[in-house]
Design a protein around this ligand. Structure first.
Ligand code: CA
Length: 664
């Protein structure tokens, strides 16, 4: 009794000395504490009573000194919210935004400047950000560094790509201990305990620099992940003025890897939709003149084998119309691809009659998808985008793929610097005014902005399918697409461009998709994108029974579940389509190991009988020996059935489940 009393007293004293303030998740399992230690603001996090984040520093280093040193708490604000919001498109139709919030106004003792720390705690993680209210003591300023840390109580294996050596985020995620890593990009996925997964990221990256994290081993065995913002060439990280808020720094918390995929924390920490009428925003499947160029059968520039000719694009449109695709992309439709050619988005190559093609497409219920490759010339895009989007919109174009191949934007700044973040946002907002959806390649890492700007459909920022056309290292390894959902995928939709049916290695010997055909189908469901490309040339889909899965698969969903998930090994995702059809689509994929997975169909509606079309690896299928061997079979199933999925080495399975009658 005496001992307990002493502990209670000691705890009370510590809390008192540190001036600790606690905010818990709605379910009470997560508790974040903000405290002032030696004048510095710090936060910590316990999960089910265990300290996972030790007291970690908060604050900003400005050009003229630290903001948030020697502070006292001037005011406390508490808030709670429990609301639902509807996604115009996405992996679910409604999202619950349920959190408790604590905001502390921190006043510097010396010069009286004010820094506010806002902490929101959800059942599936937390987000915090800095707000610098308008104040006489602080006008314009430059942020030189964030002092923000995440000090994890112990080292753990984590999945990441290195920040400085991965161009456009197109890297293979590696699993190493945190302490073995150099500075990494976010999201950073940590296998903290066998039953505790953490994903560190940021949300609502607006007029600020992208976050990176630098791990440092501490003497007590903890690991500090220090914020490392992407700089301007000048070395300054952020140019700003008071009356601003930083992006949210987020820690998603999940007891299984599968639950990481179901967290909507990043979206919840973005602002509500700013587009009043979203009826023109149309998710869907698309085809394109793209893979044939990467496979060197066509060219971007005009010439004997030009891809984007009037005739060739019409051929794709015919195929798209027959198979229910919403769009057809053609890269290389506009001048700028041959050496010395002036780039412009305001006229087409002479052998591409864009107005006729757009009319032809509309007549067939398909839309042409525009493409703007800038080679990093962001200024050119900004000069022409208003006129270009107006023209495209007039012709019935609803989506544009933008591209920024080139080391620096405008020859000077990194794409993920504040310079790039400002540019990408101007494009999204301009596109919204013209009712244009954006598919952004070579982007900054996504941070959930599609909640605010749902015309930002999908982005690259991923080592995609194109590496399977020409990469000197043989292409993406079998583990790649079973790693991506838990890493890059946590940031938002990926334009990975799945569904390559023909595995020829005619560009680089040995380079081709290292997967079975059934896995290519499974990836169409697993790798989420509201604009989902069936990336192969149409010749390779012609007459293929497997294509009947692709042509039936939606790209926006009312509900998503994840029955199986092991990062880098295998994953199964089941999604219910929107509307009244009640169909479910399942994708299951594995790494280089064959495996058998039991799939309980308990996500189906009880009392309903369904027809399941199963596209599975045949018994002889093997990604190296026989990637095409597939078995398509039909079964009658109900919610009480369990399917046995047999996945070949780097194999997969895709299932379409449709209700046939209801017993009620
Ligand atoms: Ca690319």
């Amino acid at each position: 009794m005496k001992r307990i009393l002493i502990i209670v007293l000691a705890t009370a004293t510590v809390l008192c000395a540190f001036g600790a303030d606690v905010v818990t998740s709605p379910d009470g399992r997560l508790a974040a504490t903000i405290s002032i230690i030696n004048g510095h603001p710090c936060y910590s996090l316990t999960i089910d009573g265990t300290e996972v984040v030790r007291p970690s520093r908060l604050g900003l280093r400005l050009a003229d000194g630290t903001l948030g040193a020697d502070v006292k708490v001037a005011a406390r604000h508490r808030d709670s919210r429990d609301e639902q919001w509807v996604q115009p498109w996405g992996e679910d139709d409604t999202v619950r935004n349920h959190y408790n919030e604590l905001a502390l106004d921190l006043r510097e003792r010396g010069n009286g400047r004010l820094l506010r720390v806002v902490m929101r705690v959800y059942d599936d993680g937390l987000g915090f950000r800095y707000e610098i209210p308008k104040q006489a003591a602080l006008g314009e300023f430059q942020i030189m560094d964030e002092l923000t840390e995440v000090r994890l109580a112990h080292d753990a294996p984590a999945w990441s790509i290195p920040s400085n050596r991965t161009e456009y985020f197109e890297g293979l995620y590696e699993r190493t201990p945190l302490t073995a890593k150099d500075t990494v990009c976010v999201p950073l996925t940590v296998e903290y305990e066998p039953d505790l997964f953490l994903a560190l990221h940021e949300a609502n990256l607006t007029d600020y620099a992208s976050l990176n994290l630098t791990p440092r081993r501490q003497a007590d065995g903890s690991v500090t992940l220090l914020a490392a913002l992407t700089p301007w060439q000048s070395g300054v990280k952020v140019e700003s003025r008071s009356g601003m808020a930083t992006p949210w720094r987020t820690i998603t918390v999940a007891r299984t890897a599968g639950h990481l995929l179901l967290s909507r924390l990043t979206l919840n920490l973005n602002e509500p939709c700013r587009i009043e009428d979203t009826s023109w925003i149309e998710p869907g499947r698309y085809l394109g003149i793209w893979w044939s160029i990467h496979k060197k059968q066509n060219t971007w520039e005009m010439g004997a084998t030009h891809g984007a000719t009037t005739e060739n694009v019409k051929r794709y449109i015919d195929f798209a119309a027959r198979h229910g695709f919403a769009g057809v992309l053609a890269e290389g439709w506009n001048p700028g691809w041959a050496a010395g050619e002036q780039v412009t988005y305001l006229k087409a190559y002479p052998d591409f009659d864009i107005e006729a093609v757009c009319r032809y497409a509309l007549d067939k219920g398909v839309r042409f998808i525009g493409h703007m490759e800038s080679w990093g010339n962001a200024a050119l895009i900004e000069r022409e985008m208003d006129d270009a989007f107006a023209w495209y919109s007039q012709m019935g174009i609803r989506a544009v793929k933008t591209g920024y191949v080139g080391h620096l934007l405008d020859g000077k700044e990194l794409a993920k610097s504040q310079y790039g973040i400002r540019h990408y946002r101007r494009v999204i907002e301009c596109a919204a005014r013209h009712h244009i959806m954006i598919d952004n390649h070579e982007p900054a890492m996504p941070t959930g902005l599609q909640r605010t700007w749902p015309n930002l459909m999908t982005q690259e920022g991923v080592r995609g399918q194109e590496y399977n056309a020409w990469s000197g290292d043989g292409g993406n390894p079998p583990s790649h697409t079973v790693t991506l959902p838990f890493t890059r995928g946590l940031a938002g939709p990926m334009d990975f461009t799945p569904a390559i049916f023909w595995q020829g290695d005619d560009v680089v010997p040995g380079t081709h998709p290292h997967s079975t055909l059934a896995k290519q189908l499974g990836e169409f469901v697993v790798l989420y994108s509201p604009l989902q490309m069936a990336a192969d040339a149409i010749e390779h889909y012609q007459g293929q029974p497997a294509f009947t899965f692709i042509e039936s698969c939606p790209t926006t969903w009312s509900r998503t579940v994840v029955p199986h998930a092991r990062i880098g090994e295998y994953v199964t995702v089941a999604r219910r389509e929107r509307g009244n059809g009640g169909r479910w689509f399942v994708g299951s994929i594995t790494n280089e190991r064959a495996r058998t997975l039991e799939l309980p169909l308990d996500f189906l509606t009880p009392g309903t009988t369904y027809r399941a079309m199963i596209y599975a690896d045949a018994s002889e299928a093997d990604y190296e020996r026989d990637p095409y061997a597939m078995e398509i079979k039909q079964l009658t199933v109900t919610a009480s059935d369990t399917l046995t999925l047999r996945l070949a080495r780097s194999g997969g399975c895709a299932i379409r489940i449709e209700p046939i009658h209801s017993s009620r």
